[in-house]
Design a binder for this molecule. Structure first.
Ligand code: ADP
Length: 296
């Protein structure tokens, strides 16, 4: 509502002089309301799988004589507990991203490494859904994984980053990996089996882009500017089934903005979605990545 909350205090400042202090409380009220909503949402999100697990555990006990039923209900228990775990992880990520004390460890890092780490974190899920993840740099296809040296003569990591490591950005590695990981996770999540998710890293006009393109269900136009809100879901029933926390994109947006970047989305229902992160390219003089972890 547009109610204006004012706190008025009359103070005696001596010598028959009085002052009236007026505080606009509406901002604080709004903040409190947002916080209350958040706690309500979190409680609800935790209660649903927790309640389901309790119920399913009871059912599995009753069905102890029927191996098929036991298998089925145990599977559902696993699914619900995975959902709880995901929600807790996302809450921690969100807390990290939003904390005013959060330290942004901005270093010169490879956007390609970020993309590869985000893909690696989702590879198992992609395989299980037969979703093919592809990676490209400036339109050129590259492997999603860095090849292990065949002769075992030390890993690439030990010998340092290869000279051609694609576009570089100045950003917090962990935050950027979290941001891209969530986009890839969603791309797989909201796509039918046997489709392709294309991750593209590019550099142009002093800007580095990390793009995640899927051939999934897409997002209705009217929802496009709401999907970055905490707990907003286009289809809550579907999300419940596939187990999303509703926090992924809120986390991603925070991580990107904290690192001086922007995120945008294009989508058409039934065709797919494209999420694009854009960050300033890092000038190539100082190589922060080589700096030791102890330095500040
Ligand atoms: P969730 O955990 O539900 O996926 P997110 O914050 O990551 O939460 O996303 C919010 C909502 O945006 C999702 O519930 C889904 O409706 C929609 N969404 C996000 N990414 C995609 C995508 N790649 N394709 C289709 N819908 C998406």
């Amino acid at each position: 509502s547009n109610t204006l909350y004012l706190r008025v205090r009359i103070g005696d400042i001596g010598d028959d002089l009085y002052a009236i202090f007026i505080n606009d409380m509406s901002e604080q009220r709004r903040f409190e309301a947002v916080r209350r909503d958040f706690v309500t949402n979190v409680s609800h999100e935790l209660k649903t799988p927790a309640g389901a697990i309790a119920l399913l555990a009871e059912t599995v006990t009753d069905a102890a004589d029927d191996p098929d039923a036991v298998r089925y209900f145990s599977g559902r228990i696993s699914k619900e507990s995975a959902r709880l775990t995901e929600l807790v992880h996302h809450l921690i990520d969100l807390q990290k991203a939003q904390s005013p004390q959060s330290v942004i460890d901005a270093r010169r890092i490879s956007a390609l490494d970020v993309a590869r780490a985000a893909i690696a974190a989702n590879q198992t899920q992609a395989d299980s859904r037969h979703v093919d993840i592809r990676l490209s740099v400036n339109g050129q296809s590259v492997p999603t994984k860095v090849e292990e040296p065949a002769d075992g003569e030390g890993s690439l990591e030990e010998s340092g980053s290869p000279a051609t490591n694609g576009p570089m950005i100045k950003a917090d590695k962990e935050a950027m990996q979290t941001a891209v990981k969530n986009l890839v996770e969603n791309a797989i999540h909201y796509s039918p089996e046997h489709t392709t998710v294309a991750v593209g890293v590019g550099e142009r006009d002093g800007k580095v882009t990390i793009r995640v393109v899927d051939q999934g269900i897409g997002i209705p136009a009217k929802s496009l500017d709401r999907i970055f809100e905490r707990f907003y879901r286009v289809d809550p029933a579907r999300s419940r089934e596939t187990g999303g926390s509703g926090l992924g994109l809120a986390i991603t947006k925070h991580c990107v903005q904290e690192n001086g970047g922007r995120i945008s989305v294009w989508s058409r229902t039934g065709e797919g979605s494209t999420f694009t992160i854009e960050l300033p390219a890092a000038p190539d003089e100082d190589d922060d990545e080589a700096r030791s972890d102890e330095s500040t």
